[in-house]
Structures are given as C-alpha cells and as structure tokens.
Design a protein around this ligand. Structure first.
Ligand code: ADP
Ligand code: MG
Length: 631
C-alpha cells in the first residue's frame, strides 16, 4: 500500500504533473467503445482528476447507440452539429444519417483526440510511475539508509542509555562521595572552629608568655649582672676556702697529735671498773660491801676508786666477835658504780675509739667473772631499748658519724667487720651463715701473706659495713650463732672470748695520705676459777679443762701486757689464740682499755677481788708511746 501511496503523495507535493494534466483536460463526457466492465474495474485505479467522466460519457454514448426506427430524412449536413460541450446533443432525425455520421465522425475525432490525450496521459502516468518507482527505489534506499541510520542511532541510543546508566551510577557514587565530603567538611568546619578557639586561647597564652618572657629577660639580665659579681665573689671565696681548707687540714692533724698526746697522758693502757646493779631476785648485798669514794675534786668528780669489804670468817677473834671486814682499795682510770648508764660509759671511751680513726690500733676488753656484765657492756642489754645499747653499736655509730664529718675535709673511710669466738683455743666464726652456722673449729689465724704483719682468720666472714643497720644485723647474727652453740654445749658463750674486729681504712686522696687501724672489742670469757677439788665427774673434768684454757689465755693476756710494759724482748703472744690474734693491737703503737666488770653481790666477793687484782696489775702497766699507723 505504501509503495503505491507514497509516490502519489510525492506527486501531489511537488509541482505535480497530475494537476497540470487535470488543468489541461476538460471534464466533458467522452463517448468511447471501452466495455463498461473494463471501464468500471479500471475506474477506481485511476486518479479522480483523469478522464473518468469522459470514459463514462463514452460508455453512455455507446449505450445509447441502439438501432431505432429510421428517422425522417433530413438533409445531410444541414442539421446542427451536435454539442459536445456540457450539453446533450440534440437528437438527429433517423434519416439524417449524414448528420449522424458527421456526428459520429466528430465524436470519433473527439474520441481519437481523447485517446491521444489519454495515451499522452497514460504515457505521462507511466513516466510518473517510473518516476514514482524510481522515487520508491530511491526512497527504499533512503529508507535503508535511514534504517541503518536508525539502528546506528538506536545503538547510539543504547550506548547512550548504557552511558547514562554508568553516568547515573557515577552520579550516585559522586553524590555519595559528595555527602561523605559534606559530612567531612562539616566535621572539618567543627574542628576548624575548635582549632580557632584553641588558637585564640594559645594566642592569649602566647601573649602572657611573651610578657612573662620579657619580665624574665629583664630579671635575667639583672641576674647575669648579679652572677658576674657573685662569680667574682665566689672566686675570692674559693681562694679563701682553699686557704681555710689548708688551715683546717693543719688543724685536723694538730688535733690528732694533741688528741693522741692526751690519750698518752691518760695512759696507753687504761682500766675502767664497772659494777653492775643488783638484778631483781638477787640478794641485796650488805650496805658498804662496795664503796665508791669520791675523787679529790669532791662528789662532782668522776669516781676512780672502789673499795671492797670482805669479812673473812676464818679470821675470827678469840672473843668470838667476828673480825671487822677487810677493806680492799683499788683505783682505776675510772670507776662506774651500778647506776651508770651505757651512754655515760661510752662517753668515756668515745675519744679512744676516735684514735682508731686517726690510725692508732685500739683494743677494748671486758674482763670479769660470768654474770658480771661483760656482754652487757660490750653488746648491750636484752631487748631493743636504745638506752641499753652496748659499746660495739655505739662505737660504730660514732665512727660512722666522725668519718662522715671528716669526708668534708677530703677523708674517705671504709670499715670491714669480723666477729669470732675463741673457745678452748679453737676459733669459730660468729658471722657464719647457712650450713656453717653454729659450727666451729674450722677457722685458723694466719698472716695475710708471707712477710706481712697483718693477720686474718681463715674461713671467717669479713663484712664491709657502712651504717648502723648493718652492724645491728651482724650482732644479731652473732647472737643467733651463740644460741645455736649454747644448745650443743651448755653456756659456751661465757666460756669463750668473743672478738669483734673492725678494720678501719682512711684515705685522703688529695694529699695522698692513708691511715688504717683495727678496733677490737673483746668480750672475754668468764674469769672465775673452778676449784680443782670439785672436779669429780666427766662433765666437771671437761669444765675444768675449759676453765684451765680460759685461765691460761687470760693470764697470757696479763703476761703479754706485762711484757709489753716491761719492754721485754719476748712477748708471749703465741701462748694463746687470743693474744696471737690481737698482737697487732696490743703493741707499743696501740691503745688499750680494759673494763673490769664486777658483780655487786657479796657471794661473788672472792671473784670480784680476783678481777680487781688482775685489773690493778694491768693498770700499773705503761705501754710505750703509741705510734699512729700512718703510711
Ligand atoms: P657476762 O657477760 O659477764 O656473763 P652479762 O652481761 O650477761 O654478764 O650480765 C648478766 C646479767 O646482768 C644480764 O642479765 C645483764 O642484763 C645484767 N646486767 C649486767 N650489767 C648490767 C648493767 N650495768 N645494768 C643492768 N643490767 C646489767
Ligand atoms: Mg657474757
């Protein structure tokens, strides 16, 4: 249908041939011989503006050509010519054959004319058809081109669609990113606000700091000027200080010299008598059993005399009246009656202890019968009462504190402690720990090296100490060790000598000076004698042997002191472990102090007398001028 219609449309669009054709053709009815069926079927196919009406007219004409009765004759050619144009020709009489012929001829002519016109028209239509076909072909090609174009466009559209899809996804993504960015921007804006706030705060602080800095700078410049002047002052003071230091050192050395002179004047061997108080539960001694006569300066003078009154029952009078008690007077460097405190006692020996720091060997003994207060004097009483502290902790505290004072003058001191027990001529370490605790007999006194005067106890601990706490720990350990031994052998501690040795080493690095001396604090074994007549059983015999060993070593100590005093060529140091161990602290360069501890009880009068006699002998000794151990 399109194929047919399209060219017609085209034809009607342009300066159509049909319109031209229509205009050139009159719409007069045309008589023709074309069969009506042919004309009817063909008629719808023809354009309306063609000679359809003409064909119909022709058909009409042909229908009307029925043979009828002959019409009256008319003169041929006289009749009026038939009208073709729009009007039905007037009917010729039957006779007018000529006229009819003429009409027919005219009609034929007209038909021919029409045929020709129609042929032309046909030709034109064919041309038009060709043209239309050509146009159709062209249009087909155009259509295909357009279809191609369309499919291309569609493909492009699809691609576009796809791109659109991609783009919308991209847009979505971008939108998402945008929202993220927006929230980020929001956050950053908030942060920015916070930072701005902070910046403002910091700016304020900076301003404050700048102000303070300016103030500080001003103060600094002031201080710098001050420092400069102080430096000058300091330099002057340093010079002064050096001068003073020099003077101080000279004074210290002078002090040592004078101190020593004083000690020598007091005697290089001194004896102090100490009478312990009566303990709870003990019988009160008769009044006047022990007297402490005051010195030449009156009662304010420290006591140096002690008198013991002993009534001897064997010396009864004939009348039966008991003889007056015998008075025994003794004088010592100092006598401490029962009420004397530990601090009072220490005060007297503090200067002597200091001699050890100055480089003089010092030996302090506690001599007396068991129970007279030797251990109390040396180590202290039971319990933690600081008032009860004995000489050992007090001496060490004093040494530590003096060493500390001397450090400001350039002296450095170190202290090494050892604590041994000599029982039955065997040496035992009281500082032993672990499995060696409470064991004994494995220690020997040896020289440090060949040709060396210095002695050491093998297998004994030598512990560096620098504070009171360490010393307390050592004394505690020694007490424990003694307690362990006590269980093994009854009251061995009172049957043995305890020797606490402190090796003091001092150095003045600035002046290349060195000094060192031992300080010995000896708690001697009970000096009581055992009546040999009482030694019956094996226990007593053992006790007798013990006592003999003790007595032997104590008398050796006395003999050594005598020999030293008499400046004898042979000093029997080797006769006992005690004197052998202490030989370097007993010689001419040493200072010695002996406490003779006395029981206040009358029942101990005999032993007290023995002790006082022994101490008196020692007190009479004068050992040669001590020499400081200076290197
Ligand atoms: P030693 O060691 O001579 O055998 P102790 O030192 O053990 O004697 O003393 C015996 C007892 O006497 C102990 O209970 C001790 O506390 C006490 N004692 C000794 N001297 C004094 C004193 N000056 N003041 C108070 N109690 C003392
Ligand atoms: Mg004791």
């Amino acid at each position: 249908m399109e194929d047919v219609v399209e060219p017609e449309k085209k034809r009607t669009r342009g300066p159509g041939t049909a319109s031209k054709f229509a205009a050139s053709q009159p719409r007069a009815p045309v008589r023709t011989t074309v069969p009506p069926t042919q004309g009817q079927t063909a008629a719808p196919k023809l354009p309306k503006k063609t000679g359809l009406r003409c064909s119909t007219a022709v058909a009409t004409v042909l229908k009307n050509q029925k043979p009828g009765p002959a019409a009256p004759a008319q003169k041929p050619g006289t009749a009026a010519p038939p009208k073709l144009e729009g009007k039905k020709p007037s009917k010729r009489p039957a006779w007018d054959l000529k006229g009819q012929l003429c009409d027919l001829n005219a009609e034929l002519k007209c038909c021919r004319e029409k045929t020709r016109t129609l042929d032309q028209e046909n030709q034109q239509l064919r041309d038009q058809l060709r043209e239309a076909q050509q146009q159709a072909t062209d249009l087909g090609a155009e259509r295909r081109t357009l279809e191609g174009e369309l499919s291309r466009v569609r493909a492009q559209a699809e691609q576009g669609q796809q791109e659109l899809g991609n783009l919308s996804a991209h847009v979505l993504e971008l939108e998402e990113r945008l929202s993220t960015q927006e929230s980020l921007v929001e956050e950053l804006q908030k942060e920015q606000l916070g930072l701005q706030e902070e910046r403002r705060g910091l700016a304020t602080r900076l301003e404050e700091q700048e102000k303070r800095l300016q103030a500080s700078e001003a103060a600094l410049s002031g201080s710098q000027a001050e420092v400069a002047s102080l430096r000058k002052e300091t330099a002057a003071q340093v010079a002064l200080l050096a001068e003073r230091g020099e003077r101080l050192h000279w004074l210290e050395m002078e002090r040592r010299r004078l101190h020593n002179q004083l000690q020598e004047l007091k005697g290089n061997i001194r004896v102090f008598c100490r009478v312990r108080p009566v303990l709870p539960g003990e019988p009160t001694p008769p009044p006047g059993f022990l007297l402490f006569p005051s010195g030449p300066g009156g009662p304010s003078d420290p006591s140096t005399h002690v008198s013991l009154f002993r009534s001897d029952e064997r010396r009864g009078t004939l009348s039966g009246v008991p003889a007056a008690p015998t008075r025994y007077d003794f004088s010592f460097d100092r006598v401490f009656p029962p009420g004397s405190g530990q601090d009072e006692v220490f005060e007297e020996i503090a200067m002597l202890v200091q001699s050890a720091l100055d480089g003089y060997p010092v030996c302090i003994f506690a001599y007396g019968q068991t129970g007279s207060g030797k251990t109390f004097t040396m180590e202290g009483g039971p319990g933690e009462d600081p008032q009860m502290e004995g000489l050992i902790p007090r001496a060490l505290r004093h040494l530590f504190s003096v060493a500390q004072e001397l450090s400001s003058q350039g002296w450095t001191y170190s202290f090494v402690a050892s604590y041994v027990e000599i029982y039955n001529e065997t040496v035992r370490d009281l500082l032993a720990t672990g499995t060696r605790k409470g064991q004994g007999g494995d220690c020997e006194i040896r020289r440090v090296g060949p040709g060396s005067e210095e002695l050491t106890v093998t297998n004994a601990r030598y512990v560096p100490v620098s504070c009171e706490g360490e010393v307390e720990a050592l004394l505690h350990l020694a007490r424990q060790n003694r307690a362990v031994a006590r269980t093994a052998q009854n009251e061995r501690s009172s049957r043995s000598h305890s020797v606490f040795q402190l090796q003091i080493s001092g150095e003045h690095a600035g002046r290349g000076l060195q000094c060192g001396a031992p300080l010995n604090l000896v708690d001697l074994a009970g000096s009581e004698r055992l009546d040999p007549g009482l030694a019956f059983g094996p226990g007593e015999r053992e006790r007798l042997r013990e006592t003999q060993a003790i007595n032997s070593s104590l008398s050796t100590l006395g003999l050594v002191i005598m020999a030293l005093s008499n400046k004898e060529s042979h000093v029997p140091y080797r006769n006992s472990k005690l004197t052998y161990l202490l030989q370097n602290s007993l010689g001419g360069s040493a200072k010695m102090l002996m406490f003779v501890n006395i029981s206040p009880l009358e029942e101990n009068a005999s032993e007290s007398l023995n002790s006082l006699r022994f101490a008196s002998k020692v007190n009479q000794c004068v050992i040669g001028t001590a020499q400081a151990n200076r290197k």
